[in-house]
Design a binder for this molecule. Sequence first.
Ligand code: LLP
Length: 435
Amino acid sequence: MHSFHYHDGQLRCEGVDLAALAAEHGTPLYVYSAQTIRDHFRRLDAALAGVDHLICYAVKANSNLAVLDLLTRERAGFDIVSAGELFRVLKAGGKPECCTFAGVGKTRPEIEYALRQGILSFNVESEAELEMINAVASDLNRRAPVALRVNPDVAAGGHKYISTGKSENKFGVGLDRAFEVYRAASQMTHIRVRGLQMHIGSQITEAGPFAQAVEKVAPVAAELKREYGIEFFSVGGGLGIVYKSSLQSGQETWWDQAAGDPAPSLTVEQYAEAIVPTLAPLGLRILLEPGRFMVGNAGVLLTTVQYLKSSDSGKKFVIVDAGMNDLIRPALYQGYHEVVPVREPSPTDRREAADVVGPVCESGDFFAQARELPPLRQGELVALMSAGAYGFTMASNYNSRPLAAEVMVQGDQAQVVRERQALGDLIHGEKTLAS
Ligand code: LLP
């Protein structure tokens, strides 16, 4: 099945014409390919066949109910970071006993909610948090399942905001302190020690850091299994994807050919080869928490060219109707997204450098800078590619812009899986002064 490709000169998602979707639902519009998400889940699952494992999809990457529903049907578990994400997973039919709860700042109400639902594990990030979980569990007369997040002190990940495995980050406890914390945990009356967890960063496009971190932590996992009978080791997420790719007619998937990307993506097979040989002898259940890999290449943000403009210095701007409030990755992490016209450009079209910018009143509101693009006309549709992960979930109402609609495509069918916000939604719950 093709996911994003040109057909008769028009960009399609699976069997659905993107221009037709834009005409029906307006822009900006997120469009997801169900087939791509399924395919990525299955490929990762198959690559890990050598170990007993559970893929706990990191909900923060894309938490739309339809995405969670689809992955529930694939028998995925979920990695959540808030009560809200757990609520979404349960609404989508996910099972609480397949959910791990991560994050450095879990609140008492969140811990209570997760305990009552019966989650698989709290991934604990500090001793203070461990004590809080013990206290809440004691109040509820339950034993809380926990895994300690250790920080392997391995450098990995693209941007400094998304690297998490170095000791100067706020995440986890140092490997050298792990045994001390497990000892304390094992003496707490309402804690049940179940596992060990780590996560080194995001958008990692080489096998080395994964192999290094697993090799560093595996001996600790083995020792903890002997001493405390831990059952699982979660190796976190972080598997990178291709953001830079050229789209050519007849290509199977648009990201098949990494175009000039200094770090072409790691395949799931290479990823598995880097970690499975070290993990398999442990005899532990292996948990993984991929987010971006599962949904990143499965989504695009469709937007319409509003105006073309040239500055006095001759710089060209393509002003589109999506803004940094819809997709903040370029502004926040210098994230790169391909800008692909929905109408297939001719190979002879002369390319010209332009900035693709949104309508938000900030200079940081751009999607591409000095990008060589085929000629674009006012009213023309473009797709911002690989926007399925950390796109909609990081969207906001900044500038009082309603949140975009989301559509899921399956074969030649398309379904609105989130309606576009109306103006009234913008003031939901707000009040003017009473006096
Ligand atoms: N597990 C933990 C504990 C995490 O903190 C994260 C992501 C994941 C799993 C999933 O990582 P992934 O497989 O998606 O790389 N908003 C940023 C990415 C932030 C990642 C935060 N943590 C971006 O748009 O690039």
